[in-house]
Ligand binder design. Sequence first.
Ligand SMILES: *Cc1c(COP(=O)(O)O)cnc(C)c1O
Length: 334
Amino acid sequence: MDYNHIPREPLGFFPTPLIELKRLSKVLGGPKIYMKRDDNTGLALGGNKTRKLEFILGDALAKGADTIITAGAIQSNHCRQTAAAAASLGMECHLVLGGEEPELASGNLLLDKLFGCHIHWAGANRKGEDIPRIVEQLTKQGKNVYVVPYGGSSERGALAFVEAFKELESQRQSMGISFTHIVFASSSGGTQAGLMLGNKIFNSPYQIVGINIDKGETDKVSFDQYTLALANSTAKLINTDYGFTASDLILNSDYVGEGYGVVGALENEAIAMTAQMEGILVDPVYTGRAMGGLIDMVRTGKIKESDSVLFWHTGGAPALFAYANELDLAKKTQ
Ligand SMILES: *Cc1c(COP(=O)(O)O)cnc(C)c1O
C-alpha cells in the first residue's frame, strides 16, 4: 500500500473521537455500541465528506483548479462541506442542486448560501446531469474548473476511508476494544468502498454493513456493482491487488422505507433515542435511518448481545433544521 504521493489538503480535525454509547446499549438490552464521531470532522458542522474532500481538493489544487463544481440534493451535506472547503481555499464554488429554489433557505441550503457559492437549480436533473454544460460555460470564461464527483465517491474519496480505517484501528487498539460490525449509512458508495478496502488491508474481521439509504430494487444491482468496482479501482490507485467480489459486499436494503429523504417511524425513533439516551444528534436522511437499522437489527437478533458494534456517524445534523415539520417532537425514549 502506498499513497503518500497522493495529494491531500488538510480541511478537517483528525482523529475524530471514538466513544462508547453505554446508555443506548443499555436501553436496547444489547451489544456494546461504539460511535466514530465523523459528525465532528470540524469543517462547517462536520460530516464524512470532509475526509473525501481532503484528497479530492488536494487533486484539484495539484491540477491548478481555481473553480470547483459538484451536485446534490437540496439538503446535500456533501455540497455544504464542498462549499465550505472551497471558501477556505479561496476557490470559486458552483453547486448544482436538484429541484426548484424554495422560498426559505434552511438547513444545508442556508449554509451553502452563507459560504457564497453559486447555486444552479436543476429541477429533475438531480444527479449532476447539467454539470458538463455549466463546466463548458465556465471554461469559456477562462476558469480552470474541477468537477468534484457526486457524493465525493471517486477513488480518491474512497481512499479517505482507507485512511479513516487506519485512524480507527489505532484508536481501537489503544482503547483495548474490538468490534464485530461496522454499521453506517451508504448512499454514493465511497464510504463503503473505502471501509471494505481498509478492512482487507488491515486484515480485520469486521462485518462492514452499509445501510442502503436510497436505492430501490432497480438501481440496487448497479449500485452494488459500482461500489465493488470502486473498491477494486481504489485498491489499484494505491498499488495493492485486493480484489472484491459480490460476496464481499453487505448492503442492507431493509430500511429504505418510502425512499430518499422521507422520514418515517424508524428514523423518528432513532433520532429521539440517540438524542435522549446520548445527547447526540443523528440526521433525518442518513444517520437516522442507519441508526434505525442498527436498533432494528439488535431487536431482531441479527446483531447479538455478545456483539460489539461500531456505528460510524457520518454527519448530517444540519438537515434536522429543514425537517421541523416531519420530526416527531413528542417521541420519548423511556
Ligand atoms: C453522504 C453521506 C452519507 C453516505 O456516504 P457515501 O460515501 O456517499 O455512501 C452518509 N451520511 C451522511 C450524513 C452523508 O452526508
